[in-house]
Write a protein that binds this ligand. Structure first.
Ligand code: SAH
Length: 239
């Protein structure tokens, strides 16, 4: 997953403050590539003030004349929209968008496209997007400020990115292999029977439930060794 492969594209934005606020939201969420399509304003002091320190994103932004140019290098292109369109587009939720974007970002570039403050994206512009995403919001007041929309989408991407990062850290300790878990289950069954907790003639149902519990926990090899140590201590105590 490479956050630097995910590009935020803003189409014909008219307020420099929104561009600055977008850059700030992006930097908060670990995103760095900003492309402006035919901006209706300049990236001026107001933009930098609202950027509140996201200067390098504003300095390094690309400006392009058309949307196709802005997304030419991207495999996955997703348009954002406050309203459902007459011609239904394949829809993603912010969550499934983030999943897809992070998966694609490993090898490919991704664009998420945001529309004009007053009119959103045109249907022609959406033709260049494979999917659309709508942020769930009050149906009577569904349109977010464009920088706020970038914030929400960016948050979802960063949340999943950091979750998955933490999982990789956790799994640096090797998980128990299936054979090790099986060894633990038969040891557990033996001890549960010998202590009288399990009925020897019908241990099946309880063992199924216990297997499900331990499998859900995805224990590491070390953890399974600790559990077996506990069983051995119980056995020793009984003798
Ligand atoms: N009146 C416009 C709203 C534009 S809001 C319209 O009806 O489309 C400016 C941009 O912010 C939108 O083009 C979109 O990129 C983003 N945006 C605002 N609200 C959103 C929402 N609920 N879901 C997804 N994107 C949204």
């Amino acid at each position: 997953m490479k956050l630097e492969n995910i590009k935020i594209v803003m189409v014909e934005t008219s307020h420099p403050g929104n561009i600055g606020a977008a850059a700030r939201a992006m930097k908060n969420m670990g995103l760095s590539r900003l492309a402006l399509v035919n901006p209706q304003c300049t990236v001026d002091q107001v933009a930098y003030a609202r950027g509140a320190g996201a200067d390098e994103i504003l300095q390094q932004h690309q400006t392009l004349k058309t949307l196709p140019e802005a997304v030419a290098d991207c495999r996955l292109v997703v348009g954002t929209s406050a309203r459902l369109r007459a011609l239904a587009w394949p829809e993603l939720t912010p969550e499934t968008l983030a999943q897809k974007a992070l998966a694609s970002s490993v090898a490919d570039k991704v664009a998420i496209v945001f529309g004009r403050e007053n009119a959103g994206l045109t249907n022609d512009e959406l033709q260049h997007c494979q999917y659309t995403v709508t942020i769930p919001s009050n149906p009577l007041f569904s349109s977010l400020n464009v920088a706020s929309a970038i914030q929400v989408i960016g948050y979802e991407i960063y949340r999943q990115y950091s979750d998955q990062g933490q999982q990789t850290v956790q799994t640096t300790e090797p998980l128990a292999e299936s054979a090790e878990l099986e060894g633990y289950f038969s040891h557990l069954q033996q001890v549960l029977i010998s202590t009288g907790f399990l009925d020897n003639s019908n241990p099946r149902q309880m063992m199924k439930r216990l297997r499900r519990l331990y499998q859900r926990a995805e224990p590491t090899r070390n953890e399974v060794n600790i559990l077996r140590g506990i069983l051995s201590a119980v056995e020793k105590y009984r003798k």
